[in-house]
Design a binder for this molecule. Structure first.
Ligand code: AMP
Ligand code: ZN
Length: 114
């Protein structure tokens, strides 16, 4: 999608602060971090929301979590703990409509989330 911010990052048109990438996935630091570690993991292929996932997207979404695991290890929060969040649509606070997994860590997390 030409007008999608995260597609522009996936294509290299906009260059975020990248922490991990492979053929299917890109991960970069959030521009407005909510924790000392706040990384967004996206599929390079555009999917708007969790509601738009197809049966065939299962492996791709699994790769987002495998990337999150690797990022948590390389950023030193794997043993302390970290949180992964994927917001879907308005009430959850989704603001960029290209699915992304938030990886948050480096401070205690509270539950329930706000
Ligand atoms: P969400 O509200 O779940 O859709 O998350 C979107 C996230 O994208 C927010 O945490 C924003 O701070 C982040 N964000 C927006 N623009 C950028 C950008 N140019 N670079 C990095 N992160 C961004
Ligand atoms: Zn996109």
């Amino acid at each position: 999608m030409t007008d999608c911010l995260f597609c522009k990052m996936a294509s290299g048109a906009i260059k975020p602060d990248i922490v991990y990438q492979d053929d299917a996935v890109l991960a970069f630091r959030d521009i407005n971090p909510q924790a000392p570690l706040h990384v967004l993991v996206i599929p390079k292929r555009h999917i708007s929301t969790l509601n738009d996932l197809q049966e065939t997207d299962g492996a791709l979404i699994g790769k987002l979590y495998l990337a999150a695991k690797q990022i948590a290890a390389q950023e030193g929060v794997a043993l302390r703990g970290y949180r992964t969040v994927m917001n879907c649509n308005a009430e959850a606070g989704q603001s960029v409509f290209h699915v992304h997994l938030h990886v948050l860590g480096g401070r205690p997390m509270h539950w329930p989330p706000g």
